[in-house]
Design a protein around this ligand. Sequence first.
Ligand code: AKB
Length: 315
Amino acid sequence: MKKVLVIGAAGQIGTELVQLLVDKFGQDAVIASDIKEDAPSALKAYNYMPLNVLDGESLTNIVKEHNVTEVYLLAALLSATAEQQPKFAWQLNMEGLFNVLDLAKDGLIKKVFWPSSIAVFGPTTPKNNTPQHTIMEPSTVYGISKQAGEQWCNYYFEKYGVDVRSIRYPGLISYTALPGGGTTDYAVDIFYHAKKYGKYTSFVNAETRLPMMYMNDAVRATVELMEAPAEKIKIRNSYNLAGISFTPEDLTNEIRKHIPSFEIDYEVDFRQEIADTWPDAINDERAQKEWGWKQQYDLKKLTSLMLEKVDTDAI
Ligand code: AKB
């Protein structure tokens, strides 16, 4: 019987992924876990267990006790926070991954999902239509951990037959849980500020083009990848997903179609430097060809949904 454990479930991706997994496989098939002792409000309706992914013993106990078959490992420090705490970011992002990969290697779980990111790319990567296989010289701690993690995933697949699958997420845009510590967070914050105050100060400049994706597409991609027959998954480090590429200026113009008086100004900080090393637009032909990936949300659709749904009391 399928039993899914989502680690780091209280975060931006986890809250929506858990919901989708429960809708698809039923309440009893999903355990949400996070470092917080009590379930956050978005996860109250689901099976919840506190878990620190660095505590390998507790992780093994949960897996054995509940006959877990698949793990989605989402616990990580993102790009901006990782620059502030490099050693801890490396520890969390890498040891957490090893703890889970080793469970699969030992035959305790059957399948692993591990998220990578556009942060694996760096200043020497071709910026436009970035191919699946290309130069990857990341210049952030987060990017280095994701690049190394990708190689470990591939290694565990090649050497030990571990069924591990991964996506290089673009910046993710959603309204259920606020993102924390990323460089692409501006593209979420802007909606809360536009709706509540009619203005926003962006920490990246008007021309910063980055690949982004609406969360519904991201979690659907995740589950579609995990449910695809193993023989279709030809890439075991991580798949490019293109999403939608836009700048703060493009987003402002789209928001103004709903809030004509919306104002934006710019006070760039260290996150500009990170954003400048990432691609403008990504090529995801392989995901389309190999497991049938198809995006549904464009900038117009995500903007009107975000403006309708964001809860301005959350900021
Ligand atoms: C970040 O900005 O750090 C993340 C990412 C692109 O992985 N959203």
